[in-house]
Design a protein around this ligand. Structure first.
Ligand code: SAH
Length: 211
């Protein structure tokens, strides 16, 4: 099946599974996922599942990437922080919906490969940094939206601080992979937020810089 047809089918599946934001659906259609997966998984790029990267990490399932982008309510003027670049795919999707995306990855090889892919595709508004995303990227903040692409049992305080009032943060929350849920918090004041639950998910754990 041609890639274009596979992309259309993926978008139809995303619609069936609750993605209603037209801009998100368009971004999912436009970002070539085959360029972010390992070459041996090229033919599976548009299957709705997570796929392996190197270093025991994974590129997230398309539905989850789309859901995270949708619940972040990204605007064309937004500055976005992502923790956990992985392949760079989710950052590239968010880059089509927001003004600038700053993404931090703790595994050097993955950060380098993601930055190369993004450069090769001519994406100018996604910036990759190698480092500990638990600390955010304070020099470029504050952010209108923050996506945490790995699971933890609480929202890291540095990230909450780097969120503007009115900003949104999405993250898989839970102590172990089997009981994580995707939550969105909306910062309503310096130390107050409202939380919404978007259901069960499975993510790799958020790890500190050295483990
Ligand atoms: N968004 C990615 C998928 C991310 S998988 C994509 O679209 O491909 C989660 C990633 O988070 C992994 O690459 C892992 O190395 C990274 N990670 C885990 N803890 C981190 C931390 N503290 N800081 C930065 N990255 C982290």
């Amino acid at each position: 099946m041609k890639l274009d047809q596979q992309r259309d089918e993926m978008v139809n599946l995303l619609k069936e599974r609750g993605i209603t934001d037209q801009d998100v659906l368009q971004a999912m259609h436009d970002v070539p996922r085959e360029d972010f997966v390992l070459p041996s998984f090229h033919d599976d790029a548009y299957v709705d599942s997570a796929l392996p990267l190197t270093h025991k990490q994974t590129i997230s399932q398309p539905l989850i990437v789309a859901l995270m982008a949708q619940v972040l309510e990204l605007q064309p003027t937004d500055r976005v922080l992502e923790v956990g670049t992985g392949s760079g795919y989710a950052a590239a999707v968010m880059g089509r919906l927001a003004k600038e995306v700053f993404t931090v990855e703790r595994i050097g090889d993955l950060a380098i490969t993601a930055a190369e892919t993004i450069k090769r595709l001519g994406i100018g508004n996604v910036h990759v940094r190698f480092g500990d995303g638990l600390k955010g990227w304070p020099e470029e903040g504050p952010y209108d939206a923050i996506a945490v692409a790995a699971g933890g049992d609480r929202v890291p305080s540095a990230l909450f601080e780097q969120l503007v009032v009115g900003g949104r943060l999405v993250m898989p929350l839970g102590p172990v992979q089997d009981s994580q849920k995707l939550i969105r918090i909306r910062k309503i004041d310096k130390d107050r937020y409202v939380e919404d639950d978007f259901g069960g998910v499975r993510f790799v754990p958020l790890l500190p810089e050295t483990d």
